[in-house]
Design a binder for this molecule. Structure first.
Ligand code: G6P
Length: 606
């Protein structure tokens, strides 16, 4: 993962680098660092921990310089420490890197034989020494061409050079790199948000490309060093909402924003006047699509899983799903009549992007369901369906999950209508019901008091289970993932019907178990599974929808009822108490809710 930033200017850069690093912290937050060029010499400040710590250190050193690079790290090679923090410098250059150099061990041995001394355990340090080595006999441009060819794996790089007071290099393969144009200054950054306070004029490097930045000029090159022209994009000037408002945590705010996320998304995709789905840019005839493959990672994968249930239910499509890191290495039989859908909040997840790239190379039809519309995945897919939920900052995804589910649900309605696999009446009925979702989501948010008590038990538990059937199974997986991510409690999401094939052995007295049992076709069977875990001592939190038929078990520990909407829509509502459960469990333990340990928001390494 990691975030990188570089500024080349005629004004001091360190405070602006720090500000951009704060915006990039979602990519990694175990260490941070900065290097600037002062009188031709490279000065570095690095620290273990957050950008706040770096900021304090920089103020002690009074770091000057008009050219600089900065980095926030998510450790891959070498533990999080000051020595492993980027930038990594030789006597000649300083480098920031996002990605993994897969042949770093071999390169390191070669460089060590030549007398280069390594200080860190990182893969990145080889780049600094390799560049230094090539610089002995080559120009900067030729050095970069040769070095990039030597590196295996993925990278976005920012490099500054001793004694080069008006020059910075950016390069990309696999990991994203945006290039920004400013007034008598220029920038590189892992994303456009990091640059947004300085410019809205952006280009993106493509794989294999590099650029040489000066204050008043940027030159772009392909792998062999031939000049290329780049399109300059004008991004919207809207500043990102980094304000927590009256909330203490972004996650808390993002959970509460979900009713408006739902509204915004519905307003984009549903024509309320004509009561129809508004996806007019669909580039294929629906008759040309017979199957769908949904691909994502983490929470995004869970939205793929629930979409499989919806699409199988209402369309004639053959629907498959895969985790991106598996898909990209399987021997996939590509099908011309398949639509490959990539779901990603950030649009930068390395595995999801690689899976998209594979499909593009095989000339498949591709669609991206993303939040960040300027992202690599969005820029490369044939069709982009944004989820319109605004910047999500909490590392554990909440409102983006809601948006992903909603877009996929709406897409499945559109396809089922186009294919005539549901009647016009059913289609209109489902769309009308969807308009009730935001209001019911708002009501579901009012569970804090109840969840607070429940969370005390989950927070202290050795382990927990989340069970559901049908549409509720993906939500059980997501509920368990949220608890693991935030409260560091072992949580298993399981199809309720699978319990007796092994996991039931884990149930012991007092173990908290969430049972998701909406009043659908699975209800009775799930309730039987619930009785089986209660009989073995589990403390059950039952989440269901309001219904006149009371549930007749005295042994349920706690019960939460959501609104009684159409059964397709209950999963949206059941998600909310589970997000709050994870939130309050983490709060109880005093953990860092927006930045859980070992994780990062945008996973740009394999
Ligand atoms: C990370 C985040 C998760 C997210 C996953 C996929 O692991 O912490 O919240 O679900 O990446 O990210 P994407 O941006 O592709 O949705």
């Amino acid at each position: 993962m990691c975030g990188i930033i570089g500024i080349i200017s005629s004004k001091e850069v360190s405070s602006r680098i720090v500000n951009s690093l704060k915006k990039l912290e979602y990519r990694g937050y175990d260490s941070a660092g900065i290097a600037t060029l002062v009188d031709g010499n490279i000065n570095e400040v690095k620290c273990e921990g957050r950008v706040d710590v770096l900021e304090k250190d920089i103020s002690k050193f009074n770091l000057k310089g008009d050219i600089g690079i900065g980095h926030v790290r998510w450790a891959t090679h070498g533990k999080p420490s000051k020595i492993n923090a980027h930038p990594h410098s030789s006597e000649q250059v300083s480098v920031v890197h996002n990605g993994i150099i897969e042949n770093s061990t071999i390169l390191k041995k070669i460089l060590e034989k030549k007398g280069y001394v390594f200080k860190s355990q990182t893969d990145t340090e080889v780049i600094a020494h390799l560049v230094t080595d090539y610089l002995k006999k080559n120009s900067i441009k030729n050095t970069i061409i040769k070095v990039l060819k030597k590196l295996h794996g993925s990278f976005a790089l920012g490099i500054i050079f001793k004694d080069q007071n008006d020059l910075m290099v950016g390069a990309k393969r696999g990991s994203p790199l945006a290039v920004g144009y400013g007034p008598n200054e220029n920038y590189i950054g892992s994303d456009s948000y990091a640059l947004k306070s300085m410019t809205n004029k952006i280009s993106y490097l493509e794989d294999g490309e590099f650029c040489i930045l000066k204050k008043d000029q940027i030159e772009f090159f392909d792998t062999d060093g031939s000049h290329i022209n780049k399109k300059v994009m004008n991004l919207s000037k809207n500043e990102i909402d980094y304000d927590k408002g009256h909330y203490k945590y972004f996650m808390e705010k993002e959970i509460d924003e979900q009713p408006s996320t739902i509204n915004d998304c519905i307003n984009e995709y549903i024509d309320k006047y004509n009561n129809q789905v508004n996806i007019f840019n669909f580039p294929w005839k629906s008759s040309s699509i017979r199957s769908v493959m949904l691909i994502g990672c983490g929470t995004a994968f869970h939205s793929c899983l629930i979409a499989k249930y919806w699409m199988e239910q209402s369309t004639n499509l053959d629907v498959n799903i895969d985790i991106a890191s598996e898909f990209r290495y399987r021997k996939v039989r590509f099908k011309k009549d398949c639509l490959y859908i990539f779901v990603s909040q950030s649009g930068e997840t390395a595995d999801t992007y690689a899976a998209l790239d594979l499909c593009k190379k095989n000339k498949m039809k591709t669609c991206a369901v993303v939040n960040v519309v300027e992202s690599s995945i969005a820029r490369n897919a044939d069709l982009v369906l944004p989820i319109h939920c605004g910047q999500e900052i909490g590392v554990a995804s909440t409102k983006a999950f809601m948006g992903q589910m909603l877009v996929l649900y709406i897409l499945s309605l559109k396809v089922s209508f186009d294919q005539k696999s549901i009647t016009k009446k059913e289609y209109k009925y489902k769309l009308k019901n969807l308009l009730k979702l935001s209001n019911s989501a708002k009501k579901t948010l009012n569970v804090d008091q109840k969840i607070l008590n429940i969370a005390k038990v989950f927070a202290e538990a050795k382990g927990s289970m989340f069970l559901g059937r049908g549409y509720s199974f993906p939500i059980a997986l997501e509920g368990a993932l949220k608890l693991k991510e935030l409260a560091y409690v072992h949580a298993e999401g399981y199809p309720a019907g699978e319990m007796k094939h092994g996991p039931l052995a884990l149930i012991e007295n007092g173990m908290p178990v969430v049972v998701l049992a909406p009043r659908d076709e699975h209800y009775k069977k799930t309730i039987s599974n619930m009785q089986e875990v209660i009989a073995r001592g589990a403390k059950v939190l039952l989440i269901t929808n309001k219904n006149k038929d009371e549930i007749t078990s005295e042994n349920i520990w706690e019960k939460i009822e959501v609104d009684n909407l159409d059964e397709d829509l209950i999963p949206f509502l059941m998600t909310i108490p589970l997000q709050k459960l994870a939130f309050y469990s983490a709060l109880k333990k005093g953990y860092d809710i927006d930045k859980p340990r070992n994780l990062a928001k945008s996973v740009t390494v394999e």
